[in-house]
Design a protein around this ligand. Structure first.
Ligand SMILES: NC(=O)c1ccc[n+]([C@@H]2O[C@H](COP(=O)([O-])OP(=O)(O)OC[C@H]3O[C@@H](n4cnc5c(N)ncnc54)[C@H](O)[C@@H]3O)[C@@H](O)[C@H]2O)c1
Ligand SMILES: N[C@H](CO)Cc1c[nH]c[nH+]1
Ligand SMILES: [Zn+2]
Length: 426
């Protein structure tokens, strides 16, 4: 049963605590990465068999497999994918940035340009559930950014196939190449390359604890978006909120992963008790009730605070992936929310709306990293480069200052390089 904690009666650490996987994920992942670096495709196939139960001849998804998948999914589902993709494109198109150029001073031009990544790797989770929505969320911003080549990896099913809905979403969103590999081994392949999987410049996408740890370990050899691990929901609700809706929203994220987290903060003990009972009533009805129950036991809690202002303070300390504001006048609270991946405003905005359809991204920082990370966006798929142009006259004007600065640092070579151009004839 989900615990009720009363603020002031329990220690702050208990309120903020979050269980993390007990297995030694770090060393397991380090071993897998070393193996993939050494043995390439053979290691990927070995782990596909070990962890996914799939014996693979080849790791590459063929065009024929994508065609077959398109025929397997219903036209209704293709229609939903396209509608969702339209909303996601509309939102992410607004994130596109332009370079800039400044020539305020005579003879000086300085600027910054925006360059899409050459090659991005998108990890799509697929261990305990297939996530076609993540395909759209992660691929569409890359496409909009203008990435030259988008590589997607996802774990195979036991029969060696990929869920057709995943392949259909990849077709709608425009993946260039798709590989059957999951977990830490897929991240290692994207970071270092294998015979089949090309090395990428940046890896994005959520995953379980093994995926998140692998992204941490390969960072530096390759860029990563963020650590997007087990899903999290934090609901702030006042006493006028329907407990059935609260319970359903908490369970919607609990069903992702046994280590997912589901937290309600309310100023009403009556609501807290009603939601506690409602969770017990709804849990057995879920298809993934065992996963959701484990998550509720590991990382589920209801915190009763004296005021909603205190609820916001606790929410900022937790920095959740998703934050629902089920209160009157939700926009009044928005400025006060400083740390959350995505905020859902009002009682008619369940988090699932953002998971699939509204348009903002669902790949979001977890584990408190919303304190310093942002949702996946077009920015993740571009980098910047600067440029400088000076005429001889402009350089002559700047030379004494540059040389003075260089001498201060004891770098007379720098001073020389500037002065030589202004003192000597061409
Ligand atoms: N933050 C987000 O935006 C977001 C979006 C969707 C899903 N998620 C999260 O992604 C996660 C998906 O997890 P998943 O497990 O279903 O799929 P996954 O694809 O992340 O992981 C499956 C892989 O984990 C590896 N693995 C499993 N057990 C292992 C072991 N004992 N040792 C080494 N490797 C092992 C296997 O290689 C397997 O292919 C969930 O936690 C879900 O909450 C997050
Ligand atoms: N809630 C997940 C992010 O934590 C995203 C997702 C995909 N499908 C359903 N939900
Ligand atoms: Zn979800």
């Amino acid at each position: 049963m989900i615990r009720i904690l009363k603020c002031g009666e329990v220690a702050d650490e208990d309120i903020l605590a979050r269980a993390i996987p007990t297995a030694d994920v770090g060393s397991v992942v380090a071993e897998i990465i070393a193996d993939v670096r050494k043995n390439g495709d053979a290691a990927l196939k070995k782990y596909a068999e070990k962890f996914d139960g799939a014996r693979l001849e080849t790791l590459t998804v063929t065009p024929a497999e994508i065609e077959a998948a398109m025929a397997q999914v219903t036209p209704e589902f293709i229609g939903i994918l396209e509608k969702a993709a339209g909303n996601i494109r509309a939102f992410h198109s607004r994130q596109v940035r332009n370079g800039f150029i400044i020539n305020d001073e005579p003879g000086v031009v300085i600027g910054q340009k925006i360059i899409p990544m050459d090659r991005a790797g998108i990890y799509v989770p697929g261990g305990t559930a297939a996530y076609p929505s993540t395909v759209l969320m992660d691929l569409i911003p890359a496409k909009i950014a203008g990435v030259r080549e988008i590589i997607m990896t996802t774990p195979p099913r036991r029969d060696g196939s990929i869920d057709p809905a995943i392949l259909a979403a990849a077709r709608v969103a425009g993946a260039d190449r798709i590989f059957k590999s999951g977990g830490a081994q897929a991240i290692a392949a994207l970071a270092y390359g294998t015979e089949s999987v090309p090395r990428v410049d940046k890896i994005v996408g959520p995953g379980n604890a093994f995926v998140a740890e692998a992204k941490k370990q390969v960072f530096g050899a390759v860029s990563i978006d963020m650590i997007a691990g087990p899903s999290e929901i934090l609901v702030i609700a006042d006493g006028r909120t329907n407990p059935r809706w609260c319970a359903a929203d908490l369970l919607s994220q609990a069903e992702h992963d046994t280590m997912a987290s589901a937290v309600l903060i309310t100023d009403s003990m009556a609501l807290a008790q009603a939601v506690q009972a409602e969770i017990e009533r709804q849990l057995p009805k879920l298809e993934r009730s065992e996963i959701a129950r484990a998550a509720i036991e590991n990382n589920g809690k209801i915190i009763v605070a004296d005021t909603l202002a205190k609820a916001v303070e606790i929410a900022n300390a937790i920095a959740p992936e998703h934050l629902e504001l089920c209160v009157d006048a939700p926009f009044d609270y928005l400025d006060g929310i400083r740390h959350a991946g995505s905020v859902f405003l009002g009682r008619h905005c369940p988090e699932a709306l953002g998971d699939y359809f509204a348009g903002p991204n669902h790949t979001l920082p977890t584990g408190g990293t919303a304190r310093f990370s942002s949702p996946l966006s077009v920015d993740d798929f571009v980098k910047k480069s600067q440029y400088i142009y000076y005429t001889r006259d402009a350089l002559r004007k700047a030379a004494p200052d540059v040389a003075g600065f260089a001498r201060q640092e004891g770098l007379t070579g720098h001073a020389r390089s500037v002065l030589s151009r202004t003192e000597e004839k061409q």
